[in-house]
Design a binder for this molecule. Structure first.
Ligand SMILES: Nc1ncnc2c1ncn2[C@@H]1O[C@H](COP(=O)(O)OP(=O)(O)OP(=O)(O)O)[C@@H](O)[C@H]1O
Ligand SMILES: O=c1ccn([C@@H]2O[C@H](COP(=O)(O)O)[C@@H](O)[C@H]2O)c(=O)[nH]1
Length: 237
């Protein structure tokens, strides 16, 4: 089978890890995601993963209300470390070689992010899970996906989320919203389509790094995207 991309950066929404639960990490969902990643690894695709923290951080957001923003953001980044450790462990159990690297230094727990080392891991066929976002407050894991995607010279950022593409409005709130097959970065930014934050979109646009938005809940969608089949929405230059 011929793949459309040799190296990808997969952005996994933290909330998608909840599966049907209200909070935290669903073991079933984790196993499903690992199986889908294993499928594309078997095709020879090199995979970097940035994982969000919404499934854990939204749960403690009440406690963070009124806190200093930077402190709350560090809590959010730590939530992504928990997700990354869970994903790394699930990969190990499934026999998929993986390494976790964190943008925040938590040495006894997880390796610190070193670009050259992560590229080496990718070349060795290991999945690299990037934890703690960019390591800086006031950013998001979408922006971390754009940043790490560019750093590892990925050909595309694949945003795996709860909806199956970019819509004219948030499809969770507006049932009349329509889905785009393709949309330019400039149009997505100017229409303020909130599927990804504007910083992430602008970074990808400036670095000429396309984004594919697709549903992580649709079985086989990741493989279809990697094979270049008609799936989700392409955000292009
Ligand atoms: N125009 C739009 N098109 C598609 N989705 C949209 C749009 N506007 C808002 N959304 C919403 O954006 C959400 C993106 O969710 P996602 O969980 O990927 O966010 P995240 O903040 O990157 O992840 P996390 O859950 O880790 O915080 C979708 O669930 C969808 O409801
Ligand atoms: O670079 C980053 C990445 C994340 N954060 C904080 O973490 C949470 C969770 O990330 P999501 O992208 O929403 O899943 C985010 O809300 C920020 O508070 C950060 O500060 N810097």
């Amino acid at each position: 089978m011929t793949v459309a991309y040799r190296r990808i950066l997969l952005k996994l929404s933290g909330e998608a890890l909840m599966g049907d639960d209200d909070y935290g990490i669903s073991r079933d969902m984790l196993a499903r995601i690992v199986a889908e990643i294993a499928e594309i690894r078997a095709l020879g695709v090199e995979v970097g993963v940035v994982i969000g923290g919404g499934n854990i951080f939204r749960g403690v957001a009440g406690g963070a209300a009124g806190m200093d923003r930077a402190t709350a953001d560090y809590m959010g980044m730590l939530a992504t470390v928990m997700n990354a450790l869970a994903l790394g462990d699930a990969m190990r159990q499934a026999g998929v070689a993986a390494r976790v690297q964190s943008a925040l230094s938590i040495e006894p727990v997880v390796e610190f992010y070193i670009r050259g080392k992560s590229i080496r891991y990718l070349e060795e066929g290991k999945v690299v899970i990037f934890a703690a976002g960019t390591g800086n407050p006031f950013f998001t894991t979408d922006t971390a996906a754009a940043l790490r995607g560019r750093e590892i010279e990925a050909e595309v950022v694949l945003k795996a989320t709860k909806v199956d593409g970019v819509y004219s409005a948030d499809p969770m709130k507006d049932k009349s919203a329509t889905r785009y097959d393709r949309i330019s970065f400039d149009e997505a930014i100017s229409r303020d389509l909130k599927v990804m934050d504007a910083t992430a979109l602008a970074l990808c646009r400036d670095q000429q790094l396309p984004i594919k938005v697709f549903s992580i809940f649709k079985p086989g969608a990741l493989k279809r995207v990697v094979l270049g089949e008609d799936e989700g929405t392409l955000v292009h230059i």
